[in-house]
Design a protein. Structure first.
Length: 121
């Protein structure tokens, strides 16, 4: 009998141990604040407008996808990662800063080091 699909991590992993704790929500809020400090990240958020329209729904969707990637089967995690990548690939534009205009595309440097783009490979 084959073992149950425990996804990318499994119950003995640090990911499972950390994400099953309520305190992970505090760390997530901190991470979002740090991401928003990057001018290209905030420009992308403004472009989509979803933060302004419905920030709670955005948070709910982020948490659902994070938990699916962490606790889901491999197939569920891959599908969740693809949903995130599909949304982020459509975000392109430019941010005006005090000294220059910065272009961004999720998955490109430097935004890819700040914006949570996922890859299941």
């Amino acid at each position: 009998m084959p073992a149950a699909d425990q996804g990318f991590f499994g119950p003995a992993s640090v990911s499972w141990k950390v994400h099953r704790e309520t305190t992970v929500l505090f760390g997530g809020a901190r991470a979002l604040l740090m991401q928003a400090a990057h001018p290209l990240v905030i420009a992308g958020a403004r472009e989509t407008g979803f933060y302004e329209r419905n920030p709670w729904k955005r948070l709910e969707r982020t948490l659902h996808l994070t938990y699916t990637i962490t606790f889901g089967t491999r197939r569920e995690a891959e599908e969740a990662a693809e949903r995130i990548n599909t949304v982020h690939r459509s975000v392109h534009g430019a941010s005006r800063t005090t000294r220059s205009i910065l272009s961004f595309c999720c998955g490109s440097t430097p935004a890819s080091s700040t914006v949570p783009c996922c890859s299941s490979s």
